[in-house]
Design a protein around this ligand. Sequence first.
Ligand code: NPW
Ligand code: ADP
Ligand code: K
Length: 516
Amino acid sequence: MKLFSREQIYEADQQTIKKQDITSTELMDRAGSQIFNWMHLRLQGAQVPIHVFCGIGNNGGDGLVLTQHLISHGYHVTTYIVNYSHKRSKDFLINYDKVKSMTKTWPVVLEDNEAFPEINQEDIIVDAVFGIGLNRPVPDWVKDLFIHFRKTKAFTLSIDVPSGLFLDQPVKDEDAVVWAGYTLSFASPKLVFFLPETAKYTAQWEVLDIGLDQEYLMSTKTEADLIGKHEVLPLYMPRDKFSHKGTFGHTLIIGGSYGKIGAVILSSRAALSAGSGLVSAYVPKCGYIPLQSSFPEAMVLTDRDENEITEISFDLKPTVIGMGMGLGTSPNTLDAFEAFLKNNKTPLVIDADAINLLSKNKALLKLLPIHSVLTPHPKELERLIGTWSDDFEKLEKVKSFSKKYHAVVVIKGANTITVFQEKIYINTTGNPGLATAGSGDVLTGIITGLIAQSYSALAAAIFGVYLHGKAADITIEDYGYQSLTATHVIEYMGKAYLDLFEQPQQLPQEEPKEDN
Ligand SMILES: NC(=O)C1=CN([C@@H]2O[C@H](COP(=O)(O)OP(=O)(O)OC[C@H]3O[C@@H](n4cnc5c(N)ncnc54)[C@H](OP(=O)(O)O)[C@@H]3O)[C@@H](O)[C@H]2O)[C@@H](O)CC1
Ligand SMILES: Nc1ncnc2c1ncn2[C@@H]1O[C@H](COP(=O)(O)OP(=O)(O)O)[C@@H](O)[C@H]1O
Ligand SMILES: [K+]
């Protein structure tokens, strides 16, 4: 799913109005009516007090359309105008007059220095104060209103975006944003719903279809895409009947040190579960027996040293190499890594201590083959690119890094983000069960195993992150969050693949009645 920017959404509005020959008021009607339908389906006329807070722009206008439907369907609704400016939008005014003409109880106008209405925890707040038009910090008294919302603990439904949340700037004051229980967004969810610092402002979100011009939406390229099943299915490569293990490449996993051989076992097993034809592991001597005995499918090569990698030399031609898991960062290992990079031409997936070695010796970055995949968690990323002041700066820095080194960067986290040059891909699978030792090693193995099967580096990163998260999502159905282990993720990879082709469940249909 594309994540449109603010400018693109305004453009989609304009194109829709032009091509469908409708007025902006009609478009607002669609938006407000969709919000109403969503609420009506759930409330079914329940007499819970609903407080609709409308700003003076088009977000407020959406709120006023909603209000009209709520009133005409007999809901217990109170409408407030949050009067932060006198520059009211045309469609706001049209709907303001409509509300006034249909009820004797006119909207309550809230100004600075006025008491806020009493709201109980069981009530519903609809937040239509600011939408995507927010362009400067919210006035102090409006911030106080948002704090009031939070204190009531009432369920808060935000229209389009939680008010006070900028689409392209960090939040400087978390009290100046509405903390939504649910956000109903138009055109697309917004990038900020997925970034670590701003995701918390809406517990859940949903996109409502307001019939925007399909041609514009389809043909417009976005800076960010949300990755779900629909997006990864076209990446999937089916297997030919006459294929053999050589068809699916040879993965080499390089890593491990005394006490950290498990990381290599996890990555190697994950590469095989992802579908790599052959898997070899290159480890210090102490890793030989653990690998051979726990993972019979792998071939094992060893360093001359017992405890750490001191020289990377092997007599095989891998399709791709995944490296860094459990590697350590000793001077001997650094020397081996540098010597290896100077001669290596094989595609690389780089994780953990291999990232740390690169971070300490930035000159080595130039030795990476193009389209290397790096899979840092936030701490590793910080070592690699330096600190950032907010998520937006982080993304910009990663984009620059990706362009400079022609690398694919996988920023691991709750919504793992893959960055390649100017474009970012936000993953939707995965869960907190993955916050467990070794799950990152598994991810590196999966991505490496996909490249072995001739997926491009970018496709392997996007698809690998998706499958890893999906396997974890299926695992928790059996094990719950706490008991999920990295090994489970490997074992559930098959189910993650099968899930790609599972049809959505259909409600059982009634049998046709037989005529007597
Ligand atoms: N396709 C779609 O998605 C559709 C979208 N629609 C809806 O339109 C919404 C966008 O509406 P919008 O452009 O009128 O802006 P909105 O957010 O209501 O703000 C109002 C005005 O407030 C001002 N302002 C800004 N910051 C301020 C501040 N801190 N303190 C004080 N004032 C401030 C600023 O005006 P300014 O004063 O800068 O001239 C701004 O224009 C969108 O989110 C969605 O709900 C649907 O109706 C149709 C289809
Ligand atoms: N809360 C979470 N939600 C979803 N995925 C998560 C969460 N926490 C961690 N993960 C995923 O788990 C993996 C952890 O990787 P990493 O920190 O390298 O672990 P390790 O070094 O133990 O292997 C990453 O793929 C990350 O995206
Ligand atoms: K809003």
